[in-house]
Design a protein around this ligand. Structure first.
Ligand code: PLP
Length: 380
């Protein structure tokens, strides 16, 4: 079986499991406890925070551990918006993950915010001019994802963040999908808040982190014992934080070379699929895209049927976002890119991690062609 759904989740890496194990057993303490067992857990947590901060190029005090990407996005969007007592307008896009879209919707429904969705092109890119035109004097937050989880388009985040700052508006980016592939120096990106998630990087599901620049006020979303400097109450998931820190260390090692090799393998894969599969077209931007994914629409088919045929041929992939799992709706991302609903329903996303051998990826293209032809012939 070839697993090509890394954008949904990835297995826990052996080194990560080994690093977290002591914090589930001998060093199991509560980091708030004032005894030796608690103190060793607190040291593990502090080291993990320092490692994530080093990767992001920020201060340790600017990193808040969360239960994953969804919580990090909720905390960024609701936390920054609600900490501003005056302004009530959000700028975002319709291709964000549901964690951002639903948080914005909550602010609109419950707190009377208004929202402007910056249009995106067919390639999934936000134009800086459109973004600038959406900013208002009462804009309290702009949130645009670094890389899209369905079509892989990478946004010009540094440019967008600089435009927001011209008006003194804080800028958040969801970097959950970008994290395995792109350097995430928050200084270079110029962002005020950035979300990551462990299970896309080889750490377990249920741990993530939010960077928030020190001077940005943040209203907590989860209230309680005041852990995480009052930003996120709840006994810390020490083993999860250690796992995330280990995963980011492993990700950072040799990242540029791995990303370049994966981009080359991706381009060969895209070319082969376009040649093998009748009616195939690539979604997302042709060049400004993640090295670890490629999504296609296959005219005249049905994406779910193609997935089943692929699985029969030993290839596991996805029709789009696993986060909207169970939903029969066409992808909100492809609809926002202007694809008609019937075409959006023919989408298949292939995604892989840095360890994917190029020759294995190359072997998938004929299977894709075969699966698409079978579905098209059966008229599904
Ligand atoms: N943001 C993006 C872009 C994602 O792709 C995902 C998950 O797929 C999330 C947020 C949510 O992260 P988590 O699964 O850790 O809650």
């Amino acid at each position: 079986m070839i697993y090509l759904d890394a954008a949904a989740t990835s297995p826990v890496r052996r080194e990560v499991l080994e690093a977290m194990w002591p914090y589930l057993t001998g060093d199991f303490g509560n980091p708030s406890s004032h005894h030796a067992v608690g103190e060793s857990a607190a040291r593990g947590l502090a080291d993990a925070r320092a490692a994530v901060a080093a990767w992001l190029g920020c201060r340790a005090s600017e990193v808040t551990f969360t239960s994953g990407g969804t919580e990090a996005d909720n905390l960024a969007v609701k936390g920054i918006a609600l900490a501003n007592p005056r302004d009530r307008h959000i700028v975002t896009t319709r291709i964000e993950h549901e964690a951002v879209l639903e948080s914005v919707d909550y602010l609109v429904r419950v707190h009377g915010f208004s929202v402007t969705y910056v249009p995106v092109g067919r390639d999934g890119l936000v134009s800086p001019d459109d973004f600038a035109a959406s900013l208002r004097p009462d804009t309290t937050l702009a949130s645009v994802m670094l890389a899209n989880n369905e079509v892989g388009t990478v946004q010009p985040i540094a440019t967008l963040a600089a435009l927001a700052h011209e008006h003194g508006i804080p800028f958040h980016t969801d970097a959950v999908q970008a994290a395995g592939w792109l350097p995430l120096d928050v200084g270079a990106l110029g962002v005020d808040a950035l979300s990551i998630s462990g299970h896309k990087l080889g750490a377990p599901k249920g741990v993530g982190a939010l960077f928030v620049r020190g001077r940005i006020p943040l209203e907590p979303v989860i209230h309680g014992g005041g852990q995480e400097r009052g930003r996120r109450s709840g006994t810390e998931n020490v083993a999860g934080a250690v796992a995330l820190a280990t995963a980011v260390r492993l990700t950072a090692e040799g990242l540029d070379a791995r990303a370049a090799a994966a981009a080359e393998a991706r381009d060969a894969f895209i070319a082969a699929v376009l040649e093998e599969a009748p009616g195939a077209s690539l979604t997302g931007h042709p060049t400004s895209r993640l090295p670890g994914s490629a999504s296609f629409v296959f005219a005249g088919t049905n994406g779910e049927a193609v997935l089943l045929e692929l699985e029969r041929r030993g290839v596991v992939s996805s029709s789009g976002s696993a986060c909207a799992a169970g939903s029969e709706d066409a992808s909100h991302v492809l609809l926002a890119l202007g694809y008609p609903e019937d075409v959006a329903r023919t989408a298949v996303r292939f995604s892989w991690g840095p360890e994917m051998p190029a020759d294995q990826l190359a072997r998938v293209a004929p299977a894709v062609g075969d699966a698409v032809r079978t579905v098209a012939q059966l008229g599904r």
